[in-house]
Design a protein around this ligand. Structure first.
Ligand code: CA
Length: 227
């Protein structure tokens, strides 16, 4: 059974959230303190971590969990949406975040996506799909409904990685590594250019994205209908 640790001290949030996660079939354990979450982290398949905990700041909780060498996915709950916190959150080893107040359906979609990414469904599948986009990795072809997309090699790789991880944030570092690898032409500016070209070919609008959202301070996310 998949165990989700919910570190949240506010019962008005923890109780309904724990019930909803339980209905999804997860074994949910609620901890009201950061120390409780750190101590229990080794048993978890995923941790939903509130930043505002009474004993230890949530970011220090995330750092302590990573400090133990654990790679368990961490989804941050935060009421502090400003960019600095997001950057710090990524440095602290979090995988994704949801800002309060959140929609339950969105949070559950993020949880599913993070678990999918870490359990099975490796990125080197033959075919990956999200919304009406299908990437046939084996044949090196990509489709929007039945229309074939004419992509460069880098755009194709970018789309493949984003679609395979659909519903979760893929960090800029991961995209650089997966798409450019040791290619000396890779730079963070190059990444932004390729994302921009890919959006144009998908007919996507960066200011009101249907497919690829920019997650400031973290990276990019390919949207899923549930997200
Ligand atoms: Ca709290």
């Amino acid at each position: 059974m998949t165990r989700v640790i919910l570190a949240e001290d506010d019962p008005a949030i923890a109780e309904p959230l724990a019930r909803a996660l339980g209905r999804e079939g997860y074994d949910v354990v609620v901890h009201g303190t950061g120390q409780g979450a750190v101590d229990a982290a080794g048993e978890a398949d995923l941790i939903v971590l509130d930043l505002g905990l009474p004993d230890i700041d949530g970011l220090d909780v995330a750092r302590a969990i990573r400090g133990k060498g654990l790679t368990v996915p961490i989804l941050i709950l935060t009421a502090r949406a400003d960019e600095v916190d997001l950057v710090v959150g990524l440095d602290a080893g979090a995988d994704d975040y949801v800002t309060k107040p959140f929609r339950l359906a969105e949070l559950l979609a993020r949880v599913r996506a993070l678990l999918r990414r870490t359990h099975g469904e490796p990125v080197d599948e033959d075919e990956v799909q999200a919304q009406n986009i299908r990437v046939d990795v084996a044949a090196h072809r990509a489709f929007q409904d039945d229309r074939e997309l004419h992509l460069t090699a880098k755009e194709f790789e970018l789309l493949r990685v984003l679609v395979a991880a659909a519903g979760t944030v893929v960090s800029r570092e991961t995209l650089m590594r997966e798409v450019w690898g040791a290619d000396p032409n890779g730079s963070t500016k190059t990444l932004d250019m390729h994302v921009s070209w890919l959006r144009r070919k998908l007919g996507d609008d960066a200011n009101n994205p249907r497919y690829i959202s920019t997650v400031r301070g973290m990276g990019f996310r390919f949207e899923t209908p549930g997200g």
